[in-house]
Design a protein around this ligand. Sequence first.
Ligand code: CAA
Length: 699
Amino acid sequence: MSEAVEYERIGDIAVLAANNPPVNALGVDVRRGLLAGIERAEAERAKAVLIYGKGRTYFAGADIREFGKPPQEPWLPGLCDRIEASPLLVVSALHGTALGGGLEVALSSHYRIAVPSAKVGLPEVNLGILPGAGGTQRLPRVAGVEAALDMITTGRHVRADEALKLGVIDKVQDGDPREIGLAYAQELLDSGAPRRAVGEMPAPDPVDFDAVYEAVLKKGRGQLSPAVAVRAVQAACEAPSFAEGMARERELFMQLMESDQRKGLIHAFFAERAVGKLPELKGVEPRPVHQIGVIGGGTMGAGIATAALLAGLPVTLLEMTQEAAHAAKDRIAGNLAGALKRGKISQQQHDAILSGQLQLATGYDALSAVDLVIEAVFEDIDVKKQVFAQLDAVCKPGAVLATNTSYLDVNEIAAATTRPQDVIGLHFFSPAHVMKLLEIVVADKTAPEVVATGFALGHRLKKVSVRAGVCDGFIGNRILSTYRTCADHMVLDGASPFQIDKALTDFGFAMGPFAVSDLAGLDIGWAVRKRKRAEGLDPRARDSSYADKLCEAGHFGQKTGKGFYVYEEGKRGGTPNPEVLDLIAADRAAQGITPRTFTDDEIVRRYMVSMVNEAAKVVGEGIARRPLDVDVVLLYGYGFPRYRGGPLKWADLQGLPGILDDIRAWSAEDDYFWQPAPLLEKLVAEGRSFDDLNKDAER
Ligand code: CAA
């Protein structure tokens, strides 16, 4: 008997207990164990079989690590058919998360019981595939086509009570999965309940599948798996037999399994789990954090305070004046009202947070007892240094002193204190209570336990935290600055901002760069350009003035109703602002540029290659530890399409030699902007990929 599935006999019932921590993934050993268990139960003439998982969950799915490797028998679809075909009464008892292949094993059992906290779902589309072990054929037979389409195309986790209503499970009962499963199996035997195979149930009623396919494709912004899954559900209704429906599911599953989107999404799954695993933090204990301070109650400070309050942390918010403090409280109250509306918190939690967890202050002394303080004041190095000198004077020993700066030198800020080991960058993304990304910026003298505290805080705030080194813009904003510049160059050379935005949203970005600028506020980019010009631009760097002209006329994007686009009150999104084209034409004329046309493909290629090249510099300089750290930053902070895995996964899939060739060709036009990253040259010379570097780091 396999160790991954333990066999036990209790009277007439054979008990198969999966034991494959941490999540009982259905790897080959588990599949063999289940098959052997069913065969043994039949040979021993048991009357029923109970399947459950030891540890924290029933099967959480197929073993994702096996994807892309040669499959080993027994395959999951055949195993599910075998379980269903057993003449014995097969019962599954669910707890934790019965997901993907896990739910498919449950659906091939004849009866299903679950504890109230259990969740079920078919999240395969989020990995770029579809349920490939009968999920698209069996779920619609028990829950109906509409509910099945919803679960399969969104991949959402469904709570036990809802699953019961949908008919996905038969009974909900509190208790130990083994005990409730045994009692249920016995009850079914005692009552003479029939063997009940979902695959033998009649085909469900169809819906307008073409309409659903189109709607799902549109919603996915180019992601294929949810739309292809619709076709598999269609087969459940239309195929002449269950077996033929299964064959169609398999065919569509294999198509997706071979796709780059599958590779991108699985990379994203493991990358987001790898970012927090840093060798230097092994065994390092974070400092305890019970109370935090936030300095500055603008959009960013209020967002950070909201995120902390929602995670149950009391916050002391410091502002310069009573008035500003009240304005900050109003902002936080607005954020909390939003969280209440979206069902993230209850009315009671909302009221308790506002009345008891948030303190406002106007003097630094109020921060003397906090364990961690995050500064979110104006982006000016002298202002920040003054703030940190004050913090140094009042904060208790061991308090973590964090700056939310998005590009300033954290080493210089740390040097304004007598305790640089306690200083760190915690770079949140706006709105900070919504955006999942947190860059943890480690300065030269930051102590390891302070870094660990940053990661622990990120975990508590439900953020995806990525370690970054100190440089202008850290990982994300530094790369953004480069691909944004690339977009500006394309505008000067003949593309319109509107064509660029459209080409990039068609590629899968949530928004194009010009729409993003309008959302963030054009004044932000203006300030950065002014700063960079004041610092002295390299004479070889191209510059443009058209965006400055918009700002000079008071157009800052969405907040003023006009920027690259014109926004009307109450309407979502904007329409192209025609004045922009005149400003661009004037800029081109002043620079003596004759505009040329760009294809959408060329726009995407240049934009992406500029992003990859800067990302390779960021990794090569050690600002990001691994390529996957960059990928996660772009996925979680910059609207990069998840199904493409991140810029460096995209680069691997495109082929690095071609990317380097393009950079070299374009450097003939502009050898200042298009300087190949040494790391990219090295990888191409060695015939290696960014993923090889990720693997090196795992060892
Ligand atoms: N295969 C292999 N490893 C898996 C896994 C899977 N299906 N699911 C989780 N793991 C691993 C994680 O990588 C992680 O490993 P490390 O500790 O080494 O990082 C570990 O299990 C714990 O996972 P989490 O940190 O994510 O733990 P969590 O408690 O936050 O979440 C979970 C648990 C909800 C199960 C989450 O891991 C999850 O969503 N897993 C994926 C579920 C899924 O997509 N299942 C469908 C698989 S595809 C399929 O089944 C295809 C088919 O139809 C045949």
